[in-house]
Design a protein around this ligand. Sequence first.
Ligand SMILES: [Zn+2]
Length: 194
Amino acid sequence: MAKKGEYKSLLGNRYGKLLVIGSTPIKEDNRKYFWLCECDCGTKKLVKADNLRSGNTTSCGCKKQTHCMSGTRVYRIWGGMKRRCGNKKAYKKISVCDRWKNFDKFYMDMGDPPSEVHQIDRIDNTKGYYPGNCQWVTCADNIRKKETTKLNIRSAKQIRKMVFAGVNRKCISSIYGISASSICDITKNRTWKE
Ligand SMILES: [Zn+2]
């Protein structure tokens, strides 16, 4: 790294669509160097030296074109998945695999959701989004799955007991925070099989 107060000239260097045209950098905050660049599209812009060298900035911004699928539901689902991960509290430790950071690859693997009510679901909820751990499920499937993850084999056993003893299902619902359809799944041994 250059010593404080020094800089390495970037004049004439090309970084993607950007050509450095400024002969001396503009210093900001006494530490960051900005270089005047000209983009292939003709726009002139000051770009941080760090961003040029790291490859973070490769155009004036004109390169960021919208994807031809950007208006579709599958594209919104993909965008939502990327935004959630690492941000929202419940998704702090959930990540999107590198392959799926690219929409085209994601679409190649997952395709369109089979219907308007299908959502993306992680088969193993403790793991991230990657091929093999994701499937399209209906909202109802997903709600049921989320609810039953709150339970364990013991509480499921207890729910069955209550149902067979004739306890009001609404009452069971409110105790365990699960829906009538989840209770039905449990009593029919579709989930939490013994
Ligand atoms: Zn440009």
